[in-house]
Design a binder for this molecule. Structure first.
Ligand SMILES: Cc1cc2nc3c(=O)[nH]c(=O)nc-3n(C[C@H](O)[C@H](O)[C@H](O)COP(=O)(O)O)c2cc1C
Length: 441
């Protein structure tokens, strides 16, 4: 949601530990690999930049699609390792009292009762700063880790997701906000008439309810959706407060926004009920030359296989066995048949110049998967403004993977945020205590 036209800021910390970023300057190296100091420091930096949210995507797998085994991915550290980020959230919440936290949890592999109870508990512990990224999980190797011989087809994953989100939101609503009395004199803890059974019996889940929790500060933690096929858009329009989107040009962002607005209204909601966080890769320097040098360093750190491993991971096809001369239009047929991230591949096909080959894309995929900007603080702020405008000033920007942290995050906060604030685009202070309040301010 985004009741105001503020440009909301978020950073995706999902892959700062992988994808060659450890080789770049400003990376986490020097911190314990999976330890609190790095995450607490990142949260403090985000708080200084008045970022609304730190975000964690997830895919619990070791990528094996490229070449039919995990050797290259593991050797180079692409998309691997991948720890569970949930335990870091209470630590970060203590270090930074206002930043919100987005955590991904799959509607395909996790039970809605578990998700509802966990996010309600996290919302308590963070004082109302939790968002759930409800993902349908389109990664083939991950399916095998959760007990599936093959990944469920897209339509089935979304069918499950629709029921999952209904159960989770009904569970959050099953304890009314004024149900807790804690009347010591009368000895009454809570009013049972304000606590409701679900008795949900569905195609995928049976849940009796109610949720055995005290209502959390937000009651209904912020819901994020990240899937951009027709089914994904439908799910966002029905349930999401925020959509997390990868589009590559202002024109396709405006188009995306128009579809989402129409769907929201068709479902009895307002366009402003759903903010969009556009993915953007940022490389900022004090001068243009410095920014370009940092970009060069980043690109040089990428092994040539990196883009193809990532493409294999995202699109379910072994790109090691595909001719680099194959045109993207032809590869699209292969990708479509995999039932994975079709929405975002179509975006690539539509925004690449005609004649682009698999080899061309592989070389640039890590650095150009989403929109990106390299430049001075003013140039970066210009780009933010352009994209925010294209998105109808309804949401904001999420710094996507491929920035070194904490160094890259610190540069962003010290160099770009003051320029965004000076232009009146982003907030100078947090307006509220909950994530929902801050996203609306
Ligand atoms: C920007 C973006 C981020 C995503 N992040 C995750 C993630 O962290 N974990 C995950 O399992 N799926 C993630 N997904 C995948 C979606 O949940 C969905 O399964 C996938 O996009 C396929 O659906 P679609 O065809 O509707 O795009 C992401 C998708 C997008 C577009």
């Amino acid at each position: 949601m985004s009741a105001s036209e503020t440009l909301h800021l978020a950073a995706d910390l999902s892959f700062v530990h992988t994808d060659h970023l450890w080789r770049t300057s400003g990376s986490w190296v020097g911190y314990q690999y999976y330890g609190p100091d790095f995450y607490e420091e990142a949260a403090r930096i985000a708080e200084r930049g008045i970022l609304d949210m730190l975000f964690f995507g997830d895919a619990a797998e070791t990528p094996e699609l490229f070449g039919g085994n995990y050797d290259t991915a593991v050797r180079l550290g692409v998309r691997w390792p991948k720890h569970d980020m949930m335990p870091m959230i209470p630590l970060m919440a203590r270090a930074a009292p206002h930043v919100g936290f987005g955590l991904s949890m799959s509607t395909t592999y996790h039970h809605p009762f578990h998700v509802a109870r966990l996010f309600s508990s996290l919302d308590h512990i963070t004082g109302g700063r939790m968002a759930w990224n409800a993902v349908t999980s389109a990664y083939k190797n991950e399916a095998a880790n959760w007990g599936f011989d093959t990944m469920l087809p897209s339509a089935e994953r979304y069918d499950r997701a629709r029921e999952h989100l209904k159960v989770v939101t009904d569970l959050w609503a099953s304890v009314e906000s004024d149900a807790i009395l804690m009347d010591r004199e009368a000895g009454v803890f809570a009013d049972p008439s304000k606590i409701h059974l679900l008795n949900h019996r569905g195609k995928h889940f049976n849940v009796r309810g109610p949720l055995p929790v005290i209502p959390s500060p937000q009651g209904r933690p912020v819901i994020v959706q990240a899937g951009q096929s027709a089914d994904g858009m439908d799910l966002a329009a029905t349930y999401a407060d925020l959509q997390f989107v990868v589009r590559r040009t202002p024109a396709s962002m405006a188009e995306h926004r128009a579809v989402l607005d129409r769907l929201a209204v068709e479902r009895g909601r307002s366009a402003r009920d759903i903010g969009v966080l556009w993915q953007l890769r940022v490389q900022v320097g004090r001068s243009e030359a410095e920014a370009r040098a940092k970009e060069r360093f980043f690109l040089d750190a990428l092994p040539p296989e990196a883009g193809l491993i990532e493409l294999s991971f995202q699109y379910g096809v072994d790109f090691s066995g595909i001719s680099p001369e194959m045109r993207l239009d032809d590869a699209a047929e292969l990708v479509r048949a995999q039932n994975v991230h079709w929405g975002s591949f179509l975006e690539i096909v539509e925004t690449e110049p005609p004649g682009t080959t698999v080899g061309d894309l592989g070389r640039r995929f890590i650095s150009e998967r989403s929109a990106h900007v390299v430049g001075t603080p003013a140039q970066v702020a210009d780009r933010f403004e352009e994209l925010h405008e294209a998105g109808g000033r309804n949401g904001g920007i999420i710094l996507t993977k491929s920035f070194a942290a904490p160094g890259g995050l610190r540069d962003f906060v010290e160099l770009v945020v003051p320029e965004l604030q000076r232009r009146g685009l982003s907030k100078r202070r947090y307006a509220g205590t909950t994530l929902r309040e801050n996203l609306n301010a």
